[in-house]
Design a protein around this ligand. Structure first.
Ligand code: NDP
Length: 319
């Protein structure tokens, strides 16, 4: 297993995101030099927050601008980097009108990052953040089985987000497979379940949106949804292990802690926050009402195919 040395520079893409900030923090705590990409350096408050993720860091966090829709932005970002943890990808709370809004940056952006890594000549391994959505989560997934790293979803059956993750991961594997020997770089993939846990980037993300909506009682009910969940700190640690463990190269890694019903989540939140004045809904919504709501609510529409379903994943590889 490789160790952090002064010379080891790691690039984290989308460094300001929910998961990426935990990766940056843990890398800095382990002594790595970290460069992160953000789409814009102009939001001073956000940048300050990122720079303060690890106050005792041996090396100050370096931030550069790069965008998945701008292939030319990745060459300077990967310069002199040994490991790339490619986390950035659009993860919206609502289904976009055009699927391409997600698929294009996810797929072409991943290809652009990998292309820049090859050109840099310094990159040994890329760790890609994929998703359980690329394995067995969503419409058409067989809920009678426990999914393993051998499984793939059929993209055409998925919503735009699931499609974007599946196609981006496939594109990454195809890309490294086709590389000539002299250009070879290693690829390791992390496939997290629904990621929950402390928000340290100071902004909302799709993951925290569920808890926020429950706390704000956006609806007077909970949907009968089941989530395979995983702690964001475990997800970050898994990325770093996948970056350094010899055995992780060329493999996918499912990462999931347990399955939780939304009603259970709501009950935990209610117990914890009731005394602070939060009126968290804990009753399941009757099916017909949920269906009616989905006709005008894009978030409910997005989750309708998952109502009542339990998706199970085998996490043996990472445990
Ligand atoms: P966030 O929305 O917090 O992070 C997404 C990151 O992607 C942000 O940093 C965002 O940058 C960046 N990004 C989006 N579009 C672009 C673009 N065009 N160019 C450059 N950067 C872009 O979500 P999470 O941290 O939860 O997700 C991170 C990754 O983990 C994603 O790949 C997601 O698919 C994956 N994942 C997440 C799960 C979860 O439950 N949270 C589960 C499984 C996988 P900016 O800050 O500028 O918006």
């Amino acid at each position: 297993m490789a160790e952090a040395t002064d010379a080891t520079l790691v690039l984290v893409t989308g460094a300001g995101g929910f998961i990426a900030t935990h990766i940056v923090k843990q890398l800095q705590e382990e002594g790595y030099r970290v460069r992160g990409t953000v789409r814009s350096l102009e939001d001073e408050e956000r940048i300050k927050k990122l720079k303060e993720l690890c106050p005792d860091a041996k090396h100050e966090l370096e931030l550069v601008e790069a965008d998945l829709t701008k292939p030319e932005s990745w060459e300077p970002a990967v310069k002199d980097v040994k490991y790339v943890i490619h986390v950035a990808s659009p993860f919206p709370t609502q289904t976009p009108k055009e699927e391409s809004e997600l698929i294009q940056p996810a797929v072409e952006g991943t290809q652009a990052v990998l292309k820049a890594c090859v050109a840099a000549k310094s990159v040994k391994r890329v760790v890609l953040t994929s998703s359980c959505a690329a394995v067995g989560w969503g419409p058409g997934a067989d809920t009678t089985k426990t999914f393993t790293e051998e499984d793939w979803m059929e993209p055409e059956k998925l919503n735009a987000y699931g499609k974007s993750k599946t196609l981006a991961e496939k594109a990454a594997w195809d890309y490294v497979k086709e590389l000539p020997d002299e250009d070879k770089i290693e690829l390791a993939v992390i496939n997290p379940a629904y990621v929950m846990g402390p928000v340290i980037n100071g902004s909302m993300s799709t993951s925290s949106e569920v808890v926020k909506r429950l706390l704000e009682r956006e609806k007077p009910f909970v949907a009968k949804l089941n989530f395979p969940v995983v702690d964001v700190r475990d997800v970050a640690a898994a990325h770093i292990k996948a970056m350094t463990l010899d055995d992780a190269a060329g493999k996918r890694h499912l990462i999931v802690n347990s399955n939780v019903w939304m009603k259970e989540m709501a009950t935990i939140l209610s117990k914890e926050f009731k005394t602070q004045g939060y009126n968290v809904p804990t009753a399941n919504c009757p099916g017909p009402i949920l269906w009616l709501t989905s006709l005008f609510d894009r978030t409910i529409k997005m989750v309708m195919p998952d109502i009542g379903k339990v998706y199970k994943f085998d996490n043996t590889r990472v445990s």
